[in-house]
Design a protein around this ligand. Structure first.
Ligand code: 0A1
Ligand code: ZN
Length: 871
């Protein structure tokens, strides 16, 4: 992993492998310090005659290597730090490789590692090479048989992919199990788990009538906390049958929860491995957001069985083929399980917060990148979330029915293959007859396009001419951009609030109230006829493209749309734009916009109609969202103006907030369903306004909210309100929370995170003190993310003018780089926006980046992100 001169890998250099590996048999002798792996692989030459066998390997001790049973002498192969080369091999042969590894020392959590006495694997993207020498690339698909041998007392549960073939006891207190996965798969989908685990079991009957056993393995005692994940899994399996016609294919589907995991979860064939943070939930320990995330991630990993496992990627440049599609699928599932409008709002918000930021900075890359140094750095919001948006646009352009036809074609045409983004787009062309040549630019061009609309109403002719112009700024390596194919969904709203029909010049019947315009040129004008009154344009409904939609509208226009737009997403959007505009003006000395403040009145009046939606209407743009709209970010001014607007809204509607808060107090037993969660969200939104002042009354209310809470959602809301205050009530509540949950790692993470995101002036000092807490652990990614990750998202305090926040995070990432380079490089993303700040802050951040780049033994992961940020 550490290389002196990290070099880039390019898509244009892709070459098919020289060998096929139809079968792999692995024999594991588990031991935390010295695990032995005996691998037997059947190799068949498919490439050039005489080409050498070159296998990947990393951090391995090679014990022996043999071809067709004949051990090789050291002069018959060469061993480099990351390659095993055997120059002279036959066209068909059996390769035996024995390696030794030390899972307990594997702090990178890639390959085979131990966590709390458990053995587990993480092989995506390139972890399998840390287990044995192999073609560790996604286009080499093999049938795996895995035998695991381990101490029976310590590791009673032995799991791998596929079906259990055999198990039994051995001498010396050992036992073994043999698993076989009949579906050929790439090495990154291999998984093994061994440990002392409890299990929650259930089953489901698939659409063709087969019974599938479902098992979720967790630490003993945690079984009840896995019931929501199990319920989500069953709903996801059913949904995939209905929405995509996809049936599960093995007789058993297993999930294992682990406490140390680099990302969220992993779709290993038949044996998903989860970060326990996105699996375990109970009302006392998980918030409604946690429940929603669990539902989404369980579905995501399950959906990968078709979009990822049955059809995998030819190479890692195709990563979005599986990730963008699977995110799109999980978003569709969650939207169907909950509220479509609210889910869309949440997804767009997350996209803007992370992906738009990425697209506007030094790490911008296309959905299909052309090169990388370390693939681990490309599990990005662009690959995942923008990739999903691109698929959403395809669906918008071709329509629901044709979309299903195209995905059916994709699944049948490429089942069992390692496919490409091009294969995917081709299926859409073949299924629909559409030419998607220009649309392909969404995969190739980085950056967020801006769509600027301007309109002209001719009252005499009753026509409205709408001109749409698109622009895309240069991004690293892409100075010139071509115009894209952009679906722009829109409607027109009259002054009275009614929706106006959209009849385009040349239509021979009155048009619908909503339509999708296809913008393909740099600028296009669409003329609508029969427009009875001057319209307000509601553009980019349901966010029809991952773009920035710009239209000149007054505060009055926006508050009108906020109240009357028939599209609820755009009602929310109008509110966000109005609030952001108001805050930006306040930073220049304006008073809180009275129109915006007044517009919250009707929102409160209608709040009970759709509570989750109302909670979103009441949620002001975040500080980092406001920063996106500034040329030079001023974190102090943003914070002050945002708080001032919240206080102005609170003061104007005190009575209504009080009434709402009182009316919504919950006495029913906890249920995680969407309606109940929406009710809690709305009450907690009201709490935010009622505790906007930093005074005794606010502290009392927040403390009472915290103390009387009967579930984690409300506890966290009370605690978050207190975290903004200087009252001694805050310290009391945090101490109470700590003592109550000290033994529950996931809840303790919330305790760390809430303190790290506090706007209080002493936050940097507090975070430093928390790093000395006995519960802080640099080796546990969840804990580091909870404290340091949360802190670097605290725009006000991370960007403290004295640079103390930068030094804190800089020191951590440099230290963490030696422990877990993958997680460290992701955390370095905190500095991604450094050029958007004032010269003094820029200099401070740059100094941290330069110090990082100079660190001896820097990982290639960190080298890649930091050198790109400085370029
Ligand atoms: N494929 C997984 C994400 C994942 C990627 C890499 C990992 O380890 C380095 C872990 C998980 C998903 O999309 O869920
Ligand atoms: Zn995924």
């Amino acid at each position: 992993m550490r290389t002196d001169e990290p070099h880039a890998i390019h898509l244009k250099d892709y070459r098919a492998p020289d060998f096929r590996v139809p079968e792999v048999a692995l024999d594991f002798f588990l031991d935390p310090q010295a695990t032995r792996v005996a691998a037997r692989m059947r190799m068949v030459r498919t490439g050039a005659a005489g080409a050498p066998l070159v296998l990947n390997g990393e951090a391995l001790k090679l014990v022996s290597v043999a071809i067709d049973g004949h051990p090789l002498k050291p002069d018959q192969y060469t061993l480099e730090p990351e390659l095993l080369t055997i120059p002279d091999v036959p066209d068909k042969f059996i390769l035996d490789v024995v390696t030794e590894i030390a899972p307990a020392d594997n702090t990178l959590l890639s390959g085979l590692y131990t966590a709390k006495g458990l053995f587990c694997t993480q092989c995506e993207a390139e972890g399998f090479r840390r287990i044995t020498y192999f073609f560790d690339r996604p286009d080499v698909l093999a049938v795996y048989t895995t035998r695991i041998e381990a101490d029976k007392k310590l590791y009673p549960v032995l799991l791998s992919n596929g079906n259990l073939m055999e198990k039994g006891d051995l001498a010396n207190g050992k036992h073994f199990a043999v698993w076989n996965d009949p579906f050929p798969k790439p090495s990154y989908l291999f998984a093994l788990v061994a440990g002392d685990l409890g299990v929650l079991e259930d089953s489901i009957v698939t659409m063709s009538g087969r019974t599938v056993d479902l098992k979720i393995f967790v630490e003993h005692g945690n079984e009840p906390r896995a019931t929501y994940a199990m319920d989500s899994l069953k709903r996801a399996m059913k949904w995939d049958e209905e929405a995509y016609g996809r049936e599960y294919d093995l007789d058993i589907f297993m999930i294992v929860a682990v406490s140390a995991f680099n990302f969220g979860a992993m779709e290993n064939k038949g044996l998903n491995i989860f970060n326990d943070r996105v699996l375990l939930a109970s009302p006392e320990t998980a918030t409604d957001d946690d429940y929603a995330r669990i539902e989404g991630v369980v579905a995501h990993e399950y959906f990968h069985n078709w979009s990822g496992d049955r059809i995998t990627c030819r190479d890692w440049f195709q990563l979005s083929l599986k990730e963008g599609f699977t995110v799109f699928r999980d978003q569709g599932f969650s939207a169907d399980m909950r509220s479509k409008a609210v889910k869309r709002i949440e997804d767009v918000r997350a996209l803007r917060l992370r992906q738009f930021q990425e697209d506007a900075g030094p790490l911008a890359h296309p959905v299909q990148p052309q090169s990388y140094i370390t693939i681990d750095n490309f599990y990005t919001s662009t690959i995942y979330e923008k990739g999903a948006e691109v698929i959403g646009m395809l669906k918008t352009l071709v329509g629901d029915e044709a979309y299903r036809k195209a995905t059916d074609l994709y699944f049948s045409r490429h089942d069992g293959q390692a496919a490409t983004v091009e294969d995917w787009v081709k299926c859409f062309e073949d299924a629909t007859g559409r030419d998607l040549a220009q649309f392909r630019l969404w995969y190739r061009q980085a950056g967020t396009p801006t769509i600027t609309a301007s309109g002209h109403y001719d009252a005499a002719k009753k026509t409205y001419a709408l001109t749409l112009a698109q622009a895309l700024k240069p991004t690293p390596g892409q100075p010139e951009k071509l115009p894209m194919h952009i679906p722009v969904r829109l409607g027109m709203v009259g002054k009275s609030g009614r929706a106006l029909p959209l009849t385009l010049e040349g239509d021979n019947a009155p048009g619908p109230e909503e339509r999708v315009l296809e913008l393909t040129a740099p600028q296009q004008t669409f003329v609508f006829t029969g427009v009875e009154e001057e319209p307000l344009v509601s553009m980019g409904r349901r966010f029809s493209a991952p773009a920035e939609f710009r239209i000149e509208q007054s505060a009055a226009d926006r508050t009108h749309l906020m109240a009357h737009d028939p599209d609820s997403f755009n009602r929310w959007e109008a509110g966000q734009t109005a609030a952001r505009t108001a805050i930006l003006a306040m930073m220049k000395g304006a008073a809180p916009d009275p129109l915006y403040v007044a517009a919250i009145g009707p929102v409160l009046e209608r709040a009970l109609d759709d509570m989750a939606f109302a909670a979103n209407m009441l949620s002001l743009p975040l500080e980092s969202e406001i920063a996106m709209a500034m040329d030079v970010v001023d974190p102090d001014a943003i914070h002050a103006a945002r708080v001032a607007l919240i206080r102005a809204v609170a003061a104007a509607h005190r009575g209504a907030f009080d009434a709402l808060y009182g009316k919504l107090s919950d006495t029913a037993a906890f249920s995680p369903d969407a309606a109940s969660a929406g009710k809690r969200a709305l009450r907690n939104a009201a709490l935010r306004f009622l505790t906007a002042a930093d005074d005794g009354a606010a502290a009392d209310l927040a403390a009472r909210h915290y103390r009387t809470a009967t579930n984690m959602t409300d506890m966290v809301a009370g605690l978050a309100a207190l975290a903004r205050m200087t009252s001694p009530e805050a310290d009391k509540a945090f101490a109470h929370f700590h003592d109550r949950f000290a033994k529950n790692a996931l809840v303790l993470d919330k305790w760390f995170g809430l303190q790290a995101t506090s706007p209080r002036a002493d936050t940097v000092e507090r975070v430093k003190a928390l790093m000395k807490d006995s519960h802080y652990d640099l080796k546990n990614p969840n804990r580091v993310r909870a404290l340091i990750g949360a802190f670097s998202g605290n725009q006000l305090r991370f960007h403290a003018a004295d640079g103390s926040g930068y030094t804190l995070v800089g020191d951590v990432i440099r230290q963490l780089d030696g422990v877990n380079a993958m997680v460290a490089a992701r955390m370095a993303g905190a500095f991604e926006t450094w050029r958007r700040f004032d010269p003094a802050r820029q200099a401070l951040m740059r100094a941290e980046l330069e110090a990082t780049l100079k660190t001896p033994g820097l990982s290639s992961n960190m080298f890649e992100v930091v050198s790109k940020m400085l370029a």
